[in-house]
Every structure is written in structure tokens, then in C-alpha cells.
Design a protein around this ligand. Structure first.
Ligand code: CO8
Length: 221
């Protein structure tokens, strides 16, 4: 990917904040791909399965108690390794589902260039809304993250989503391979308009989305 600083001369100044001690020079963290072995992907998949189970089980008290103990052990193991934003592994492994971030949908990027971005994956039990369908609130996350990638691959400077409009056309199923694909529609000054579609493998349209991303001014966070 292009160095974001080449696309945006104010890159180092979008995090500047005025505080009691004056202005803090921040800037967006620069995301460099993280080098990890297969064990990180295995950990992530295990954690995703735990998430699926956490929302799909009815536990007897002794199982809940044992699980809480194991969860506390895991917290103890991981806590000493917390790092600053931009240095964590999550979100910096493009080949992994959700780029290695549990927050993001466990989807894999298939294509990313100035013409657009396509990604493929499934909503899982963790994403259940009701009656076997994905929760409506999970779709904006899928689209919004895609839009961040689209505008970056298109060569736009650091921007944030000003609005995101989704039309839910058909119920989005769980555990079914789906495709999301989008591209820049047009650029007007600081404004980038982006469109995307979520379809199943037969091409049935499940949802489409239009968003406006606005280029940040120096000092805007
Ligand atoms: C690594 C980089 C981050 C990746 C981001 C990933 C995507 C994200 O999820 S970002 C998180 C969610 N978004 C946010 O938190 C954004 C919060 N909002 C903001 O910060 C501001 O409202 C921001 C920056 C979008 C725009 O504010 P500001 O710079 O004051 O814009 P402003 O000057 O009013 O408007 C600029 C233009 O955009 C238009 N505009 C702004 N907001 C909207 C809106 N909601 N609807 C329609 N038009 C809008 C204005 O009308 C104006 O148009 P024109 O130039 O034609 O007159």
C-alpha cells in the first residue's frame, strides 16, 4: 500500500489536540504490516470460536465458574503485552480474516486497488441478530471498514466517514459465504463518495451502501 504520508501532507497533524498543557502532537499511527507466525492466526480463530460460544450457550453454574477462571488466566497472560495504538498486531496482518482484528468481520481481502476493494467471508453465530440472520448493526462495521480501505487504495488523504447509508434488501444469512465489494464513485474537493454491495455467491443483493468520507483538515482528529 502507498505510504499514507505521501497522500496527505498533514498526516502527522491529524491527532493534534489542545489540552491543558498545550497542543499534543499526535498524528495517526502509521500502520505497518505485522510479522506473525501461524500461531497468531490459530489464537484468533480460537478466540472467535469462544465469542461464538459465549453468545450461543446456556451454562450450568460450575461451567460458568470454571470458564471465568480460565478467562482470568488468559487476561493475566495477555495483559503484560499491551502496546500503544498502531503497534498491536490486530489489524496489521492483511492475509488474516479481519486483518487479524477480532473487532472486524472475519473476512479476507481478495482484491484491493484504486478500482475498488473486494472481500469474502461469513457472518458467524457471534453476529446473530434474530431468526438466523446477521444483526443489522454488523453490516455498517463491514461496510465502514471496507470504505477505509477503498479510499486509501484510491489514494485519498486521511478521511473519516461523515455518513453511511445502508439499504437492507434481503436478510443476511449466517455461516454462508458472501462477498462485499465497493469503489469510489466520485471525489468533490474534500469529499469522497463511495458505493458498495453485499451479495451472496449467486449474486443476490443483500444490502447496498453509500457513504461520504470527508478529508480531515490539519488538527482534526
Ligand atoms: C486511518 C484513518 C481512519 C479510517 C476511518 C475509517 C472510517 C471511520 O469509521 S471514521 C469514524 C466515524 N466517523 C467519525 O467519527 C467522523 C466524525 N465527524 C467528524 O469528524 C466531522 O464531522 C467530519 C470530519 C466528518 C466533517 O467535519 P468538517 O471538517 O467540519 O466538515 P464540514 O466543513 O462541515 O463539511 C465538509 C463538506 O462535507 C459535507 N458534509 C459533512 N458532513 C456531512 C454529512 N453528514 N452529510 C452530508 N454532507 C456532509 C459538508 O456539507 C461540506 O460539503 P461542501 O464542501 O460541499 O460544503
Amino acid at each position: 500500500m502507498t505510504d499514507p504520508k505521501q497522500l496527505d501532507r498533514d498526516y502527522d497533524h491529524h491527532g493534534d489536540r489542545s489540552g491543558a498543557r498545550g497542543t499534543t502532537r499526535g498524528g495517526f499511527p502509521r500502520f505497518v504490516p505485522a510479522k506473525v507466525g501461524p500461531e497468531y492466526g490459530q489464537l484468533l480463530e480460537a478466540l472467535r470460536t469462544v465469542q461464538d460460544l459465549a453468545v450461543s450457550t446456556s451454562l450450568p453454574a460450575e461451567v460458568a465458574e470454571a470458564a471465568a477462571g480460565k478467562a482470568r488466566e488468559l487476561i493475566e497472560l495477555l495483559t503484560p503485552h499491551v502496546v500503544a495504538e498502531g503497534r498491536q498486531t490486530a489489524g496489521r496482518v492483511p492475509r488474516l480474516p479481519g486483518r487479524g482484528s477480532l473487532l472486524l468481520m472475519p473476512w479476507i481481502i481478495e482484491k484491493i486497488d484504486a478500482d475498488g476493494v473486494r472481500s469474502r467471508g461469513m457472518f458467524r453465530r457471534f453476529h446473530l441478530g434474530g431468526n438466523s440472520a446477521a444483526h443489522g448493526g454488523t453490516l455498517p462495521l463491514l461496510f465502514d471498514d471496507l470504505f477505509g480501505l477503498i479510499q486509501h487504495a484510491y489514494g485519498r488523504p486521511i478521511s473519516r466517514t461523515a455518513y453511511l447509508h445502508i439499504d437492507y434488501r434481503k436478510v443476511t444469512p449466517l455461516n454462508t459465504e458472501l462477498i462485499v465489494e465497493g469503489a469510489v464513485d466520485r471525489v468533490e474537493g474534500r469529499k469522497t463518495f463511495i458505493n458498495a454491495r453485499l451479495t451472496d455467491l449467486d449474486g443476490n443483493l443483500l444490502a447496498d451502501c453509500e457513504a461520504l468520507m470527508v478529508q480531515l483538515l490539519p488538527g482534526q482528529q
